[in-house]
Design a protein around this ligand. Structure first.
Ligand code: NAD
Length: 427
């Protein structure tokens, strides 16, 4: 099949590269000329394990990138993978996606045979008929020739390629059998008898994505709440979590309490769902509590450090800036409120991350960035560990170079040892 993927960010680039690997011909469209040039040069514009290899393999062959929508009518199906960030009040900001939807409709105006436009972006159910479908159709001449579907994406940054290639489920939200068949056909190379296909309408498919993220974010907030209580009682939260995880109804996954959830999805999606529910007159009390607990965790980490170090004038190392390991994405990373709180207390920050320092330098141009974790620790009066990069668990002698070896560990990835003062959020 010949596929257009509009938006070449974390999702669009991964999806495009994997579609090419599956044997499809892919045209990736992005408004950012730099991203397009990087892709056509055979490189990924983001840091994601395995992605560079796929782009290098298919660029100039089955995979091409462009800033122009001209290729859209020549393709069989178009996926919209544009960001859907938050407005100031937490509601979904559809401006970028709406513009791309309109441009797609305009590009399809000349096309005579039926085309399927698939919203891969995470969108609130009411926005499909209220905003996105009108935007797509406004540019087009022949409304009947365009079918609209949703196909939410469940990949996780850091394992995006393998998640996409081996998903737990395929959710197709369509209005017609033709659209279901066409959308499912794209995924044919990934399908086997084991993989559940959820065949539903566009709104339900969109809600499944929000429910998925809301559930996972709430699960983490609940275990964080329980972890905080364990710490107050002087108990090891992980011992408790491991035991409850043995219950099949709970499962062991997402029970690692710590400094909280961040990233480009959980915060904005939970807030968008809260805002959308409220605009229907419903108060989602559980989801609001999940956000409240999450917002408190960075302050708890900094408070744990303050038990041992006076922040005023102190040199504090921050290990980890990406919102999770194996990605350079800093959107809503817990490092941001941690650094804010440390600076508010008067600390001088020296930060280290294996790949995300450049991105964070735009947000915090006034802090020092170290080349290695060892460099960050040298002479520090305390360290806050925010991201559980594998290499941090291997640090050992490096703690001896600190002025005062106080370690507060937001991810429980550093081993407690003699000679350092260790504080976690969970014991
Ligand atoms: P992103 O911000 O990384 O990428 C969006 C891309 O769209 C950017 O490269 C931008 O230049 C481009 N763009 C913006 N307007 C455009 C236009 N009019 N025409 C062409 N290109 C345009 O976003 P993302 O993280 O890839 O997320 C995309 C969607 O997928 C969001 O709705 C998100 O919620 C959802 N999602 C993200 C993830 C994730 O882990 N990042 C996982 C599942 C779902």
């Amino acid at each position: 099949m010949h596929i257009t993927v509009i938006g070449s960010g974390y999702v669009g680039t991964t999806v495009s590269a994997c579609f090419a690997e599956m044997g499809h011909t892919v045209t990736a469209i992005d408004i950012d000329q730099g991203i397009v040039d990087t892709l056509n040069g055979g490189e990924a514009p983001i840091s994601e394990p395995g992605l560079d290899e796929l782009i290098a393999k298919h660029a100039g062959g089955r995979f091409t990138a462009s800033t122009s929508y001209d290729a859209v009518p020549e393709t069989d199906i178009t996926f919209l993978a544009i960001g859907t960030p938050s407005n100031a009040d937490g509601s979904i900001d559809l401006a970028g996606l709406e513009a791309a939807a309109k441009a797609t409709g305009e590009a399809l105006a000349q096309k005579s045979n039926r085309h399927l436009v698939v919203i891969k972006s995470t969108v609130t159910p009411p926005s499909i008929r209220a905003v996105l479908e009108p935007a797509i159709r406004s540019g087009s001449n022949d409304n009947a020739a365009i079918d609209i579907a949703t196909n939410p994406e469940f990949l996780r940054e850091g394992t995006a390629v393998s998640d996409f290639q081996d998903p737990d489920k395929l959710v197709v939200g369509t209005d017609s059998e033709w659209a279901t068949d066409r959308l499912t056909a794209v995924y044919e190379p990934l399908l086997d008898s084991e993989m559940p296909i959820v065949d539903t309408d566009p709104e339900t498919a969109a809600m499944i994505k929000y429910a998925n993220n809301a559930f996972l974010a709430s699960k983490i907030s609940l275990i964080n709440d329980l972890g905080n209580i364990c710490k107050e009682f002087g108990l090891d939260a992980y011992e408790v979590a491991d035991a409850i995880g043995l219950d099949d109804r709970i499962s062991e996954q997402f029970l690692r309490s710590g400094v909280g959830w961040g990233g480009s999805c959980f915060p904005k999606d939970v807030n968008a769902l809260i805002a959308a529910a409220k605009s229907e007159g419903y108060e989602p009390a559980m989801l609001e509590a999940a956000v409240t607990v999450n917002d408190r965790q960075p302050d708890r980490l900094v408070a744990a450090l303050q038990e041992h170090v006076d922040l005023e004038g102190a040199r504090i190392a921050v290990l980890g800036l990406a919102f999770k390991p194996d990605t350079d994405d800093i959107r809503n990373s817990r490092a941001i409120p941690v650094i804010d709180a440390l600076q508010a207390g008067g600390a001088d920050i020296v930060a280290y991350d294996p790949v995300a320092a450049e991105q964070m330098a735009d947000r915090f141009p006034d802090i020092e960035y170290a080349e290695t974790a060892a460099e960050a620790l040298t002479g520090a009066d305390g360290v806050a560990v925010v991201t559980d990069w594998e290499e941090f668990s291997e640090l050992d002698e490096e703690f001896n170079t600190m002025s005062t070896p106080v370690v507060v560990d937001g991810r429980r990835c550093i081993e407690r040892r003699d000679g350092i003062v260790y504080e976690g959020l969970t014991w």
